[in-house]
Design a protein around this ligand. Sequence first.
Ligand SMILES: Cc1cc2nc3c(=O)[nH]c(=O)nc-3n(C[C@H](O)[C@H](O)[C@H](O)COP(=O)(O)OP(=O)(O)OC[C@H]3O[C@@H](n4cnc5c(N)ncnc54)[C@H](O)[C@@H]3O)c2cc1C
Ligand SMILES: *[C@@H]1O[C@H](CO)[C@@H](O)[C@H](O)[C@H]1NC(C)=O
Length: 356
Amino acid sequence: MSPFQEDPIIVIGAGVTGLSVATLLQSQYPEIRITIIAAETPTTTSPSADYASMWAGAHYRPIAGSTAQLKQEAEMAQRTAKVMRRIAQESPEAGVAFLQGVEYLEDPPEEILRLKTGDVYASTNDEFRVLEHAELPFGAKWGCEYRTWCVNVQPYCQWLLDRFITNGGQLIGHRLSSAADAFDFARQIGLGRVKIIVNCSGRNFDQDPKVKIIRGQTVLVKQRYSKTVTRQNRDGTWTFLIPRPNGGGTIVGGTKEIGDPETRPRPETRQKLLEQAAQAYPDFVDSVDKFEVLKENVGRRPWREGGFRIETESVAPGQRIVHGYGGGGRGYELSWGAAERIVELVKASAPAKARL
Ligand SMILES: Cc1cc2nc3c(=O)[nH]c(=O)nc-3n(C[C@H](O)[C@H](O)[C@H](O)COP(=O)(O)OP(=O)(O)OC[C@H]3O[C@@H](n4cnc5c(N)ncnc54)[C@H](O)[C@@H]3O)c2cc1C
Ligand SMILES: *[C@@H]1O[C@H](CO)[C@@H](O)[C@H](O)[C@H]1NC(C)=O
């Protein structure tokens, strides 16, 4: 009998982070009992703005830079791109697709200007190319194209969850009062003595002062664009199109409003987003009235100063929490790379007797 039978592991959260961690752990250690506890899941009919995974675009857009944080994120993003490539090839129903990524910048920073055609940008063999001046739209000073991927977020999370359950995982819908509360809750519901909890709760517990709200409003339209394109405007606003694979329409976005608590879509924001998109990408839709709007979205990115918190905390003798939250606006594109690091910490946290 496996020593892990008595030491189930709990993952808090059924967003892209929790689902990736639970899936990866399960594939490496099929004998461990893994339970996800989550207040909201991919089947929740009206997800809250705080369940970020339901509101993302989502595409992979690399961020060039040489800070320690950006370098770590670049590594996680490249790992994730590898896994996503396999998923797109092996499981088209998962809602991940590779396509062309395009970027236009009106006011490019130094580190962007240093990039050259042929550099590794999104991942190896991504066909990265700096655009010629003549290829740039009016107002753009720099542009590039490369191979990247997009994901249709709700079906993708549902796909991860379904596989997790099919492979013996358990999901409990429940709102915890704190991450530490999961130890008691597990005992109450008969899961036995839990020693390791993985905290993938997004920004929802609101105990970490480094976590901030970054509000994002976008519009989902029925039309489908063939590539994902992002324009960074001089005034700091963003105009992007993110097609959702498998007939999911296209996300037109989007805002990044720091500390803005409004969870309802603002009509004036919607109007501005559609106007900017029609102006920037007339080959997609050339006037606001032609957009077939399906849905308006407001989500909160679980942004954290310093980036993802991936670390172990000892809360009591024999009780450890492995944290995995704070992916900000990059939770999907970092998901598998972050999950690998979180799983490493889970392994290192296992009591000696049951060392994974
Ligand atoms: C408008 C917008 C656009 C975005 N675009 C992109 C993009 O293009 N690419 C990209 O990579 N990322 C994008 N993101 C960011 C991405 O959505 C997040 O980084 C990611 O979804 C975070 O996932 P998570 O699993 O860490 O947290 P969440 O998705 O927030 O999940 C948290 C989970 O924890 C559970 N939970 C929380 N509190 C409790 C509690 N007390 N008890 C029990 N369960 C609890 C929740 O119910 C939920 O299941 C975007 C976000 C927004 C808002
Ligand atoms: C768990 O994650 C939340 C973010 O949702 C964070 O505020 C909190 O400090 C973490 N740790 C505990 C013990 O809850």
